[in-house]
Design a protein around this ligand. Sequence first.
Ligand SMILES: [Mg+2]
Length: 190
Amino acid sequence: MPKTIAIDLDDTLAATASKVCLYIEEKINIKFTKKDIVNWSISSVIPQVEGHEREMYAEVWKNPAEIELEDPDIPNILDNLREKFRVWIVTASSGEDKAIREWLEKKGVAYEGFFHLEHSVDKHGVPGVDIYIDDHVLVAENAARDGKTAILLRQPWNEDFIKSNGNQNIIPADNWRHVEEILLTRFVEK
Ligand SMILES: [Mg+2]
């Protein structure tokens, strides 16, 4: 039976954070970029946005046409992976379901399952997932605690964690080609 991979949306498939940076610049005139978000919580970098983080992502998802893929090769990579794995999208995005599904279709991202959850912490309760692909350290740690694997896509906010990570169930990936390589070389039964 093929293994099931649960792929996150925001900042794993969709390059949402850079749009959130532009939104902040527009609203409160603070200029910063994705590489400045060195902590999961944007408000630890920009205190003015405290309490508005989910709302900012929701605002960005009101203009899905503006949101790019995190990597332009993602549709091809997922087509390859779907020959060996079941691909599910498992997201706790504050974007609207309809906008997200339409965006995935428009970008050519194909998948077998779609789970839109309330909170990231709910992700490890989704039955049947073997491997998580996510940028969120919390998701990776919860998966690893359940004895599952997490591939942690490198982003400025998980860089410190990756440097000190000793957990063998959490595998850092530098980019989507690296994600593909890890999955095909380590998780396909020969
Ligand atoms: Mg994410």
